[in-house]
Unconditional design. Structure first.
Lengths: 308, 242
């Protein structure tokens, strides 16, 4: 067995998996609270990548940055996360909230509409051409290794930052006042409002957090793979959604584990399976179908709990 | 414990509430005075729960006004009304099942920001229900019906209510627990909290109340002091089964 290939595939799988996990968290958080599949989520991720690009160029570009590389990177993440957070809140406010009490199919159609609206707006504003991040000078091309796993700086940054964000999110939801309000709202919205919880505000916060995570993932993707374009959110969104369903939609640890499984599966499929580099998506979605057939509620999902 | 002459804490004036085109409450007038315990009686689908939802602002009346502590709150959201001193023990308790007992109590105190006073609130609830202190780390959904009723009551008390709304506190409880539940209601009432208790169990509810109202398909058909209602022929025939 070619171990060095295996380790390379593992590293790229972990990197992809971290991205998918961050996207999946947004799907899961929103689904948990509104029972809505926010199909515009992948496009928010795309907008995040572009916001990062604009931040990079506003700060002098990759070759002659105004600040040191680390500061520029940090600011790119801040801009993308805040921008996407605000975008997510606006999407909920204008596209989903008016349909809060409509039949479930209505906000789903609205979500598809927002997705197409965002893609075409991006095409209009950013153009059809690919854009390059060109951040090699900014970050350098050093590699770091953990045992036999060799990471480039963007890969390491992606995995570490994703883990950091997931730990922060988990603690926030478990411990903070607002996090507890999110959990109670997702369990029983009316009972939560009976406690005086401003449910609209909790929903806005949920969209902000989920969208900010997608924005971070957009920048990470662009740092690792270099190129961004207006349609990049479609397949990434589907994979993130797949990860969320695989892990058990609504479950935070499920989204993380689901993301890693999808990322690793895609990477190993590319390396080991026939025509893998062309048909990796075939294998990924075959895996989704298989898992769902065996465990319809996903790995961490609970079979619908009856309210007590 | 008579509260005659005390000022109104809650007043509903000319309330009409609709669900779509269905007229649920018709010209409802009702008041609860400070420190009073009022029962709202009626059978299934008589509009009892809708009355509570209208009071809390979970549904908006088409006509009429809700006044609380001398202020008109008709256009205010639920969060505002809770902040002003309402709290509810909902029908079927509606606990947050996947959260611990402690977290459920914390949700009751969601709008109370002073952490020092909150410790005393916890102490008060744990004194009333020592079992909740024992079970504080347990998931609320795993408790028995009687225990869940205690959590729901404790959760409402954590909001430091001036007016406690109770929706069918006897529903789904064994007879012995119903009695225990009403003892606790009396105990909380005697500590000075005004209460509006919605019940189908008219006998039990009137036995502890100062006054009562009887709703039938969205209209008040009887009202008066609890001891008079207990003797009332129509009510006895319709609800008390004697």
């Amino acid at each position: 067995m070619n171990w060095s290939l295996f380790f390379d595939l593992t590293v790229s799988g972990l990197t992809l998996g971290s991205l998918y996990a961050l996207i999946a968290l947004g799907y899961s958080l929103v689904y948990g609270i509104l029972k809505l599949l926010n199909f515009a989520h992948g496009d928010v991720y795309m907008i995040g990548a572009f916001l990062g690009w604009y931040a990079l160029h506003a700060l002098g570009g990759p070759v002659n940055p105004t600040f040191t590389g680390a500061v520029v990177l940090f600011l790119m993440f801040v801009v993308a996360m805040l921008g996407c957070g605000v975008l997510g809140v606006a999407i909920e406010r204008f596209a989903y909230r008016p349909l809060r009490n409509a039949p479930r199919i209505a906000p789903l159609i609205s979500a598809l509409g927002v997705s197409i609206f965002l893609q075409n707006s991006a095409l209009l504003i950013f153009g059809a051409a690919f854009r390059d991040y060109d951040t090699f000078d900014l970050i350098g091309v050093k590699t770091y290794n953990i045992g036999q796993l060799f990471f480039s700086v963007p890969q390491l940054l992606t995995v570490v930052a994703a883990i950091g964000l997931m730990v922060a999110l988990t603690l926030f939801v478990a411990r903070s006042r607002l996090g507890k309000a999110m959990r109670s709202t997702s369990f029983d919205r009316e009972a939560a409002s009976m406690m005086g919880i401003d449910v609209d505000r909790v929903i806005s916060v949920t969209f902000f957090i989920g969208s900010a995570l997608a924005g971070a993932a957009g920048v990470m993707f662009a740092l690792v793979f270099g190129q961004i374009y207006h349609f990049m959110g479609f397949i990434a969104g589907l994979k993130g959604f797949t990860a969320a369903v695989l892990g058990g939609i609504g479950s935070i640890p499920g989204a993380m584990v689901g993301g890693l499984i999808v990322g690793l599966a895609e990477s190993y499929a590319t390396g080991y399976l026939p025509q893998g580099s062309t048909f990796q998506n075939l294998y990924v979605f075959a895996l989704l179908i298989l898992v769902i057939l065996i465990r319809p509620s996903g790995l961490f999902g609970k079979a619908a709990i009856s309210k007590v | 414990m008579s509260a005659n002459g005390a000022p109104d804490l809650l007043r509903l004036k000319g309330i009409d509430t609709y669900y779509g085109e269905i007229h649920i409450l018709e010209n409802l007038n009702l008041n609860v005075r400070e420190g009073e315990l009022v029962s709202l009686l009626g059978g299934n689908a008589s509009g009892k729960s809708t009355t509570l939802k209208t009071i809390l602002g979970l549904v908006q009346p088409r006509n009429g006004s809700v006044e609380f502590r001398g202020e008109e709150v008709t256009g205010r959201n639920t969060s505002y009304r809770i902040r002003q001193g309402m709290a509810i023990v909902p029908e079927n308790r509606r606990l947050f099942g996947p959260m611990t007992v402690l977290e459920n109590l914390e949700m009751g105190a969601y709008l109370i920001r002073d952490t020092k006073g909150r410790k005393e609130d916890f102490d008060r609830v744990y004194t009333l229900f020592p079992l909740l202190h024992e079970r504080r780390s347990q998931l609320a959904g795993t408790l028995s019906g009687g225990e869940q009723q205690m959590v729901a009551m404790g959760r409402a008390l954590m909001a430091r209510p001036k007016l406690l709304l109770m929706d069918e506190p006897s529903m789904g409880l064994a007879p012995i627990l119903v009695e225990r539940s009403f003892e606790i209601i009396q105990q909380v009432h005697q500590s000075g909290v005004a209460m509006l208790v919605v019940e189908q169990n008219a006998n039990m509810a009137l036995s502890i109340a100062d006054r009562g109202y009887v709703l039938s398909t969205g209209r008040l058909v009887l009202q008066g002091p609890a001891n008079e209602l207990l003797q009332h022929e129509d009510l006895r025939k319709a609800y008390l089964g004697r």
